[in-house]
Design a protein around this ligand. Structure first.
Ligand code: IMP
Length: 429
């Protein structure tokens, strides 16, 4: 098994960290290929809850090496905080276990300020993600590899903060961060992070050639992909499986398995159309109260997530755009106790039936879901460890999701704990 890619089939928050944690038991390397600390993965191991934003979730397994690939944008302050937090929780996060791509771009305070000032109605996570990728595309960004030469790095940071500050002042009338102070701060970060910087393309390539197994951990989901998501209500990176090869710097032929993580219902944070959204008590019921870490409130921002029924049209789109080979269905237990379940199987748009996900957010905003109703179940399913342990209505729901996607469901999560999972890899393609 060379590369197994794990990607989101929705608007992020599908439970990818959890599935990565499970599949990491058979992997040697766990790698992030896109996004930055806008991502938030919560993994519960026994009494311990780990919240990860930048560091690959697979690192929670002691034998795994984590890789932060070239496609990721890295806030060095946040990376250091996360390293320190995981170390305080007893994990080894030394440079032997974590590799940061020399080609990964760094997020600067100006990016964060520009994100806050300029991303208006998009409802971004305000982590500076969009401005950092914009600067990368404009070929003026600062890369992690530059930290090797501390003096030159500090000068580059100074220049980048100065020019970003001009935009802040002129466009938004804001007082920019002090370039001198930021350069000094980043000099300190570089001293700390330089030992982690690696040619990760070569590292991953050599590992693959030596027969090691790599998990590529996607952040966000297909509907937030810069090209294929509900533009402009998207993030600024490639969230789909196609991004694995470019984001890690290895060829696509190494990718063998593409696991689409699909929550048993739909959620979205931030602005943009969501045809199956439930704004009343049913939506509140799916969201939970926020008392539990696995309730539907953002790991990164704490914002309540918009909740709704599972969208089968979007799921079929995720299958196509990612080339999924199987599905992992998460949070099935949240549906327990609902009398009736609904699944969107098509949309109605201006009187016509649409089978395929539209290419523009404007059309999606006018789409109404065409639902199929299925019976619910009232039993507690959190102790099920085989599909046969589930009530017939739950099995029927899973079968219908599988039929809509045209793929086997190989993993089902029935509770927040690591072991509350049904794994049927024999069903994998
Ligand atoms: P950005 O990635 O911070 O630029 O935010 C762009 C859009 O993506 C916003 O709607 C965010 O709420 C959404 N987003 C970014 N990261 C995540 C995530 O990890 N989960 C869910 N939504 C996300």
């Amino acid at each position: 098994m060379p590369i197994t890619a794990i990607v989101g089939t929705q608007w992020g928050d599908e439970g990818k960290g959890r599935i990565t944690d499970l599949l990491a038991a058979d992997a040697d390397i766990s790698a992030r290929f896109n996004g930055g600390d806008n991502a938030g993965h919560t993994v519960t191991v026994g009494q311990a809850i780990f919240r990860l934003h930048l560091i690959p979730s697979g690192l929670l397994h002691p034998a795994i090496v984590g890789v932060i690939g070239a496609g990721v944008v890295v806030n060095p302050r946040r990376l250091i905080e996360e390293i320190d937090q995981l170390a305080a929780q007893g994990l080894d996060v030394s440079p032997a276990r974590l590799k940061l791509s020399a080609a990964a771009h760094l997020i600067l305070p100006t990016h964060i300020a520009l994100d806050r000032a300029g991303s208006g109605g998009l409802g971004t996570t305000q982590r500076g993600i969009g401005p950092a990728y914009a600067e990368k595309a404009a070929r003026s960004g600062v890369r992690a590899g530059e930290m090797a030469d501390l003096e030159a790095f500090a000068e580059r940071v100074h220049a980048a903060v100065y020019s970003g500050g001009q935009v802040l002042r002129q466009l938004y009338g804001q007082e920019p961060p002090n370039p001198q102070a930021v350069a000094a701060e980043y000099y300190g970060y570089a001293q700390r992070l330089a030992p982690y910087v690696t040619d990760t393309s070569l590292y991953v390539y050599d590992a693959l050639r030596a027969g090691r197994r790599v998990l590529a951990e996607g952040a966000q989901g297909v509907l937030l992909d810069l090209d294929h998501g509900t533009y402009p209500f998207v993030t600024s990176s490639t969230t789909v499986a196609g991004g694995v090869a470019s984001g890690l710097g290895v060829g696509p032929q190494w990718i063998e398995r593409v696991v689409g993580v699909c929550k048993a219902f739909q959620t979205r944070v931030g602005a943009g159309p969501m045809p199956t959204e439930l704004t009343g008590p049913e939506g509140d019921r799916l969201r939970g109260t926020g008392e539990q870490p696995w309730d539907e409130f953002g790991t990164t921002t704490g914002r309540p997530r918009r909740c709704g029924w599972l969208d089968g049209v979007a799921l079929r789109y995720a299958v196509r755009v990612n080339g999924l080979t199987e599905l992992a269905l998460t949070k099935l237990d949240v549906l327990s106790g609902l009398g009736r379940l609904r699944l969107a199987v098509a949309y109605e748009y201006r009187g016509e039936r649409l089978e395929n996900f539209p290419t523009t957010a404007a059309v999606l905003a006018e789409c109404r879901p065409i639902y199929e109703d299925l019976p619910g179940w009232s039993e507690d399913i959190s102790r099920a460890r085989r599909r046969a342990d589930l009530p017939a209505a739950a099995r029927r729901y899973i079968d219908r999701v599988s039929e809509i996607a045209g793929l086997p469901v190989t993993i089902i999560s029935v509770g927040p704990e690591r072991q509350q999972t049904i794994v049927e890899t024999s069903k994998a393609c």
